[in-house]
Design a protein around this ligand. Structure first.
Ligand SMILES: Nc1ncnc2c1ncn2[C@@H]1O[C@H](COP(=O)(O)OP(=O)(O)OP(=O)(O)O)[C@@H](O)[C@H]1O
Ligand code: SF4
Ligand SMILES: [Mg+2]
Length: 335
């Protein structure tokens, strides 16, 4: 496997978090056993942003929640500082101790509606330090200032804030834990474009200032193109393409990535005309197709795709799982 982040010669970068063959399975009465994440491997390099993209239900949040210890892992490893998080007695606490924080789309879920903002922001710090309440408040105000909110916000309640302001508060709260890796699970998806751009700019500043590492999960390819250094594309719980963002987004090769990118005219207006769209609705992860999971929707399908699962391999400066990568490269060379 090509280490995502090393494709453009950055192989000397330190891998901070390593995910290997991660499998996450859910069991429910109506859908039976569902493998949401089916053997995902990723390397996340220090002080970089890896974007995880894919349609709804492709398993992005399940990967994120497994890394944070919020979902049971069926098999595989999630390594940070020589520690394999799923093997710890309390994976969620271990993830926090190793500096992993998560910010969700819905800021309200991490802010107690009854608490003043400063108290929510200081909660991770209060859990670790016995400072006085006044000191915790001072530290929270300083973090609020850092994310662009004045001190007067400290005593407000979450419902008195706009969506963008609440998301700034959850970022301040994540910073209070002094993180090394911040997982942003659709963290900017509910915001309108101008607020989204402000938050993306803030995230970029914080990353450089504190050498943060991001796992950025989003449906929003515009935001991904803006923030990500590396990209991994998930389809039905498997990585189908991964590499440097400029390679995967500017020159997508896997038919699924091509369809995802083609749906965003702002990224390549020219590619929208020529890319062949994927056909039909996504398959059900509870009942994935044989062979290549994408075969029922792929415009390049051949018989082999229906029976043989393509292995993830290095080709054309990226990782790709497609039997026909070479043919597709030739067929689309002038597209
Ligand atoms: N707790 C759960 N119990 C049962 N099935 C689940 C659970 N959580 C997720 N799933 C299923 O696992 C699959 C992957 O879900 P996941 O939320 O990881 O996808 P996602 O890529 O984050 O989607 P979205 O873009 O909609 O957030 C989906 O089919 C989903 O219905
Ligand atoms: S392996 Fe076959 S079905 Fe799958 S993406 Fe490649 S060409 Fe399409
Ligand atoms: Mg999700």
């Amino acid at each position: 496997m090509l280490s995502v982040g090393s494709a453009s010669g950055s192989s000397c970068m330190t891998v901070l978090l390593q995910v290997r063959d991660l499998t996450v399975t859910y069991r429910s009465r109506n859908r039976g056993t569902l493998t949401a994440v089916a053997g995902v491997s990723l390397d996340i390099h220090e002080a970089t942003t890896l974007a995880l993209i894919g349609e709804s239900g492709s398993g992005k949040s399940s990967v994120a929640r497994a890394i944070c210890g919020l979902t049971m892992v069926e098999s595989g490893a999630i390594k940070i500082d020589e520690c394999d998080l799923p093997r710890e007695i309390d994976p969620a606490s271990a993830a926090g101790q190793h500096g992993i924080q998560i910010v969700f789309q819905d800021a309200s879920s991490s802010l107690d509606p009854r608490w003043p903002i400063w108290k929510s922001v200081s909660e991770p710090r209060r859990a670790r330090s016995r400072s006085s309440s006044a000191e915790h408040r001072r530290a929270a105000v300083s973090l609020l200032n850092r994310v662009g909110l004045p001190a007067s916000f400290a005593d407000r309640r979450p419902h008195q804030l706009s969506g963008g302001q609440r998301q700034r508060v959850t970022i301040a709260r994540a910073l209070a834990a002094d993180p090394r890796i911040v997982i942003l699970d659709e963290a900017v998806s509910a915001l309108d474009v101008s607020v989204r751009n402000e938050i993306l700019a803030l995230l970029d500043e914080l990353k450089r200032e504190r050498r943060l590492t991001y796992l950025f999960i989003s449906h929003d390819m515009g935001a991904v193109a803006q923030i990500a250094g590396d990209v991994a594309v998930l389809y039905l719980g498997k990585v189908v393409e991964a590499g440097r963002a400029e390679t995967v987004i500017r020159h997508p090769l896997h038919p699924y990535t091509r369809a995802l990118i083609a749906a965003v005219p702002s990224i390549h207006p020219e590619r929208r005309r020529c890319a062949t769209q994927a056909i039909g609705e996504p398959d059900d992860p509870a009942n994935p197709p044989s062979g290549c999971r994408f075969h029922r929707r792929c415009p390049y399908v051949i018989d082999r795709c229906r029976s043989d699962e393509p292995a993830r391999r290095e080709y054309d400066f990226r990782d790709i799982a497609c039997h026909r990568a070479e043919d597709i490269k030739k067929l689309t060379a002038n597209a």
